[in-house]
Design a protein around this ligand. Structure first.
Ligand SMILES: O=C(CO)COP(=O)(O)O
Ligand SMILES: [Zn+2]
Length: 207
């Protein structure tokens, strides 16, 4: 995918998230790694429903802003993930309703906040560790994500929302939606006893 195609894909998927209620107001940010290693990211304060291809931010892997509008305040955690996961080609961060609600619960398992009860999360994403709460834009988000990045494809920022990686923006978007639907199932099931997948069932999905 060339740079122009990447820009158009980011605008299209941002609008798709916004139109379907996964993104509201100016919350959330998206990024992609271009073929030459530079990063394309949504500008700070931008509405994902109204992105403009020519105004998307360009940033070097070292963090220098080289084009477009001022990048997201979370660009440092996006960079931290790219630097520590060579397979990562795109990142989605949203404040979508159910995953953000999950991120506000006490007592989450910080190694994996979504104990498997449906197969697709296991097949597409795997375990989802929790990053402790820091204010948006805090450099400690990047420090913690840098350590987790080599081993996971999604993360939940406590009291904030999900961060999901993919080889492509499409893959990161699909995985975000899978996780959001799973969080919705968690709240839909509520206090009813869940039959979680057994260790053998999870192992079969991972193999
Ligand atoms: O989600 C956000 C902060 O966590 C939005 O911030 P930006 O508008 O700077 O991308
Ligand atoms: Zn955020």
């Amino acid at each position: 995918m060339n740079e122009q195609q990447a820009r158009e894909e980011m605008v299209r998927l941002g609008a798709s998230f916004f139109q379907r209620g996964y993104a509201t107001g100016s919350a959330g940010n998206l990024s992609m790694r271009l073929e030459d290693g530079t990063l394309l990211a949504t500008p700070t304060g931008s509405c994902l429903g109204e992105l403009v291809a020519e105004r998307l931010s360009k940033v070097t892997p070292e963090g220098e802003w080289i084009g477009g509008d001022k990048p997201s305040k979370e660009i440092s955690f996006h960079r931290a993930i790219y630097q520590n996961n060579p397979e990562c080609g795109a990142i989605v961060h949203l404040h979508c309703l159910y995953l953000t609600a999950l991120s506000c619960l006490e007592g989450l398992d910080s190694k994996n906040c979504i104990r498997p009860f449906t197969p697709y999360v296991v097949m597409r994403v795997g375990d989802v560790p929790v990053v402790p709460y820091y204010r948006p834009g805090d450099p400690r988000l990047g420090e913690d994500l840098a350590k987790l990045a080599p081993n996971y494809r999604a993360f939940l920022l406590a009291n904030h929302g999900p961060v999901v990686v993919g080889k492509t923006l499409r893959e990161a978007a699909d995985n975000t939606e899978e996780l959001e639907e799973t969080a919705r199932l968690i709240f839909t099931l509520g206090d009813r006893p869940i039959r979680y997948l057994t260790d053998d069932e999870v192992a079969e999905l991972r193999s």
